[in-house]
Design a protein around this ligand. Structure first.
Ligand code: 5GP
Ligand code: MG
Length: 172
C-alpha cells in the first residue's frame, strides 16, 4: 500500500470546501446528501466544516461487488432519503470514476423536486469519465489507480484509514 493523500492534506482541502459551500449557500435551505457507504467519512468531516444551518440525508448506492474492482450494475435505494422538495441539495460522494453512479443518483434525486441540485466529490479520476457530467465541487483529482481509505473500501476493508492509499496489483 502506498499513501496517495495524507490525513493533513485531506483535512486542509475539506476545510476549504466547507468554507466555499458556507459562503455559496448562506440563507438557503441546504441539505447535504451523502451516498452510502463510501462517503461517510468525507460527509462527517465536511459538514463540520460548514458553518451555516444544514440538514443531512443519506442515500444508498452500490456498484462494486465484493473483491471486484470493476463496477457492476448500479443499485440505488432511496429508502433513507429525507424530504428534499424545495431544498438546495448537494450530493456528496467519495469518488467520481466513470460518473455513472453520480449520474444515476442525480436523476433519482431530481425527481424529488429539490430547489437546486449540485454534486461534490472528494476524488475525481478525470480520464475515466464516460458520461457528460462533471462534479460541481471536488477536492482532489487523482490518477487512474484503485484507492482505499477515508471511507473507500476494498471488499469492505480499509474504510477506517484516516488517509488515502493506492492498492498494488498484488494486494487486489
Ligand atoms: P462510477 O460510477 O463513477 O464509475 O464509480 C463511482 C463509485 O465506484 C464510487 O462511489 C466508489 O464506490 C467506486 N469506486 C470507483 N473508483 C474507486 C476506487 O479507486 N476505489 C474504491 N474503493 N472505490 C472506487
Ligand atoms: Mg461508493
Amino acid at each position: 500500500m502506498k499513501t496517495l493523500l495524507t490525513s493533513d492534506q485531506i483535512h486542509e482541502e475539506v476545510s476549504r470546501l466547507g468554507k466555499q459551500i458556507s459562503l455559496e449557500y448562506e440563507n438557503r435551505p441546504l441539505t447535504i446528501l451523502g451516498v452510502l457507504t463510501g462517503s461517510i467519512v468525507f460527509l462527517a468531516d465536511l459538514i463540520r466544516n460548514i458553518d451555516i444551518p444544514l440538514r443531512v440525508g443519506l442515500i444508498q448506492a452500490s456498484s462494486y461487488r465484493g473483491t471486484s474492482t470493476k463496477a457492476g450494475t448500479l443499485n440505488i435505494s432511496a429508502d433513507l432519503l429525507p424530504e428534499i422538495k424545495g431544498r438546495d441539495v448537494i450530493l456528496i460522494d467519495d469518488i467520481f470514476d466513470t460518473g455513472n453512479t453520480l449520474h444515476g443518483i442525480m436523476e433519482l434525486v431530481q425527481e424529488k423536486n429539490p430547489n437546486s441540485l449540485k454534486s461534490a466529490v472528494l476524488l475525481w479520476k478525470e480520464d475515466r469519465q464516460e458520461i457528460d457530467l462533471t462534479p460541481d465541487y471536488h477536492s482532489f483529482k487523482i490518477p487512474n489507480e484503485f484507492v482505499v481509505g477515508y471511507g473507500l473500501d476494498y471488499n469492505d476493508d480499509y474504510r477506517h484509514l484516516p488517509y488515502i492509499a493506492t492498492l498494488e496489483e498484488a494486494e487486489l
